[in-house]
Design a protein around this ligand. Structure first.
Ligand SMILES: C[S@@+](CC[C@H](N)C(=O)[O-])C[C@H]1O[C@@H](n2cnc3c(N)ncnc32)[C@H](O)[C@@H]1O
Length: 291
């Protein structure tokens, strides 16, 4: 039997169990309409493990001796890691030209800036932010202590990020100017410049684990784009509460262009910048208006 072609079907009860296990561990919500994703992506794994059905897999996942490893393996397979360099250029333009200048001015005395790219997938987002900082600061970059951290639940995605080697699909939304400035072409591959690579650190982090986020201290900017769409309202609220704790008082939160958080939090207020999809703490905005 070929492991690549054999599909193991999942019945409604098995789907309910799998969806609950996944939600409890990660906050990722699989509605009935997305059953096919679990089914198609985990069938191969079940065959690899020489199992016959989802019942066996659920037991292995929840009661077997390799639970921790299997949960990781499962998240490597079921997460949607779609991303690209310079994804949503208009929003990045807002970051570079409307948010960053004020931030650099506000941090002129400490010359320290901390940016978290939460749910960064294969690294294109934090590396893009590094390129924008590199371009903006130019020779002044060495005067600054810039920390950019990319985190994701998928170890597999983070391994790609750490490799710094991408295919043409990853740079599909990158201008030729930025491509020639920050990549070296090697056959079909695009090798990222070492300076940009050295500006970003990667670490596994599950957004469900709000306590683990405290370890990294406070951030000046948090990018969390195109992952809230996979969460239900409870999980979104919990993540937003965590961001409220982990963002400095004048910090900025960027979310994906199709994500809406207004009804879920009064801790953040959207900045009236077209295409920005960025938020600051409501207290900070009220203080600015009052002053
Ligand atoms: C569609 S990608 C978004 C990548 C990038 N932020 C962007 O906008 O291009 C979503 C990422 O969220 C990650 N993810 C899903 N649930 C997560 C969780 N609970 N904690 C951390 N990362 C998670 C997935 O592994 C995936 O890499």
């Amino acid at each position: 039997m070929s492991a690549t072609t054999h599909k193991i079907s999942m019945n409604a009860v098995q789907f309910k169990s799998m969806a609950k296990i996944i939600y409890d561990r990660s906050g990722i919500h699989f509605p009935d309409s997305k059953k096919y994703i679990i089914e198609s992506r985990l069938s191969h794994r079940i065959v690899e493990l020489e199992m016959e059905n989802f019942d066996q897999y659920i037991s292995y996942l929840t009661m077997g001796p390799y639970q921790t490893e299997e949960f990781q393996e499962m998240f490597n397979r079921i997460t949607i890691n779609e991303t690209s360099f310079f994804r949503n250029d208009a929003q990045l333009d807002v970051f570079e030209n409307q948010v960053l200048p004020g931030l650099l001015e506000a941090r002129a005395s400490t010359k320290r800036l901390r940016i978290w790219s939460a749910a960064c997938s294969t690294g294109e987002e934090p590396f893009t932010l590094a390129m924008l900082l590199h371009r903006t600061l130019g020779v002044r970059l060495s005067d600054w202590r810039i920390e950019i951290l990319g985190t994701d639940i998928s170890e597999k995605a983070l391994t790609v990020a750490q490799g710094g080697k991408y295919n043409s699909y990853a740079v599909r939304t990158t201008s030729s100017m930025m491509k020639s400035r920050y990549f070296k072409e090697d056959g079909r591959d695009f090798i990222l410049d070492d300076t940009i690579r050295s500006m970003v650190n990667f670490e596994k982090h599950n957004l469900k684990d709000t306590l683990a986020a405290k370890r990294h201290g406070k951030w000046d900017v948090i990018f969390c784009r195109n992952v809230l769409i996979y969460f239900d309202d409870d999980m979104k609220s919990s993540v937003l509460g965590m961001f409220d704790n982990q963002l400095v008082s004048d910090g900025t939160l960027f979310i994906g262009h199709s994500e809406r958080i207004k009804s879920l939090t009064d801790q953040f207020t959207q900045l009236q910048i077209p295409q920005g999809f960025c938020y600051q703490k409501t207290d900070h905005i009220s203080n600015l208006k009052g002053s």
